[in-house]
Design a protein around this ligand. Structure first.
Ligand SMILES: [Zn+2]
Length: 165
């Protein structure tokens, strides 16, 4: 491993530590020079992409007694009043999972609403909430891979379909 001063395609110089065979490092340097952004420009670009993206809904779910479904809306400053009116609470504790942006999203505040109870009890509320969220034309991101089947299980009231988390 060694440190290299690299001139990124954005025009800024930045030091990077590179690993691997010399040939591989050389390839990385060439890539950074042609296509790469320095870390400040990378961050700026991701932030503006996110700004343009609008609110992003993530769904977390947990099987059990009580079962838990939580809707978390990130990037939601512009719609916070609507969320608040619907009973969402603001917190910095939500961690965006599987972000398409590769950012560490700790520290980003979000609005969340949580439903707890037996599948039959909460299925109607959850279905209603999904309907409302879907009417908003916001982007949905699955926070857990089993979420889709879990939600359909809850909506259809088929507790047997709920996968183990
Ligand atoms: Zn730069």
């Amino acid at each position: 491993m060694a440190k290299y001063q690299i001139n990124f395609s954005c025009g800024h110089d930045e030091q990077r530590e590179l690993f691997g065979a010399t040939k591989e490092r050389q390839r990385k340097i060439e890539y950074f020079e042609q296509y790469g952004d320095c870390s400040a420009c990378f961050k700026k670009r991701k932030e503006s992409e996110r700004e343009a993206e609008g609110p992003v809904v993530q769904v977390r779910a947990r099987k059990g007694d009580p079962a838990l479904i939580e809707f978390v809306v990130f990037n939601s400053f512009s719609v916070k009043d609507a969320l608040k009116a619907r009973g969402y609470r603001f917190s910095y504790d939500f961690v965006r999972v599987g972000s398409a942006f590769g950012l560490n999203d700790r520290g980003e505040g979000a609005w969340g609403r949580r439903f707890e109870g037996g599948p039959e009890t909460i299925s109607e509320q959850v279905a209603d909430e999904i309907k409302w969220l879907k009417s908003k034309d916001w982007k949905f991101e699955d926070a857990t891979s089993s979420v889709k089947s879990l939600i359909s299980a809850l909506i259809e009231g088929k507790a047997d379909y709920i996968p183990a988390s």
